[in-house]
Ligand binder design. Sequence first.
Ligand code: BT5
Length: 274
Amino acid sequence: MSRKLTNAEPLSLSEVKNHLRTRVVGHPLVYFRELTSTNQMAKLLAEKLPREGTTIIAERQTEGRGRLNRKWVSPSGGLWFSIVLRPKVQARHLPKLTLMASVAVAKTLRRLYGLRAEIKWPNDVLVNGKKVCGILTEAETKGESAEFAVVGIGLNANFDLMVLPKSLESSSTTLRNELKREIRREVLLGSLLDEIESLNESFSKEHFDRLLDQWRSLAGMIGASVEVRVDGEKVQGQAVDIDQDGALILRLKDDVTRTVSFGDLTVTKLAISR
Ligand code: BT5
């Protein structure tokens, strides 16, 4: 007996457009059957076109990338896309775009499918403790100001977990595996772009407090014991909060506080209740 592991039906752009209520994000919306990486293409276009909102989607990526040039596995049936944003904020605020995108993804997965999606600092969205989405923000800056940012979102949507390499099976999930059915990616993409447009409007007005509050209410690891790998060093402690810049605040042994701006986090013991 053979089970179809991926959905071969291409994304319908006209259906996405029917669901889209945005003025900026998703205009234009450009779809490719295959690309090396949507972030790579979005950066190329951002350098040539002055507009904000260009969104690149690929059915599959041959060189999908995570942070530190790690490989992002991107088979067909997933939702792999990148948005060009040009927020008029100082360059130091740009890392918070990743938080913004993670809020958009977690809120949308909760609203559309009733999934208990949780954010894991700094750039993951998890369902049932497993990674369903990763975010990669890359920016071009000029001195203190931001030229543009590309927010790349990878969401494991309509393919079976077995499509991913064995090494990722225990840490990852897909929407299809969680919901036991396929979803309309067009509806999901349209809703995500709507959410991102509205959060990006607040972002551009520097209403970061609202964003950080939403982030806190969706973050699963606050209060948990965690280990963060930062440049080869392992920092252990309790995740207490994030600061104004989106950096993680940890309480170490002896009540010492340490703030980390980037790293890979593993939850070692869940918080009892929040
Ligand atoms: C990320 O990096 O999680 C960011 C992923 C961003 C992907 C999107 S897709 C659209 C756009 N175009 C791109 O080229 N990239 C963006 P990081 O936190 O460094 O996690 C990378 C790690 O996640 C890998 O080393 C694997 O362990 C794991 N991984 C790879 N593919 C995965 C998948 N499909 N699902 C779950 N985990 C995966």
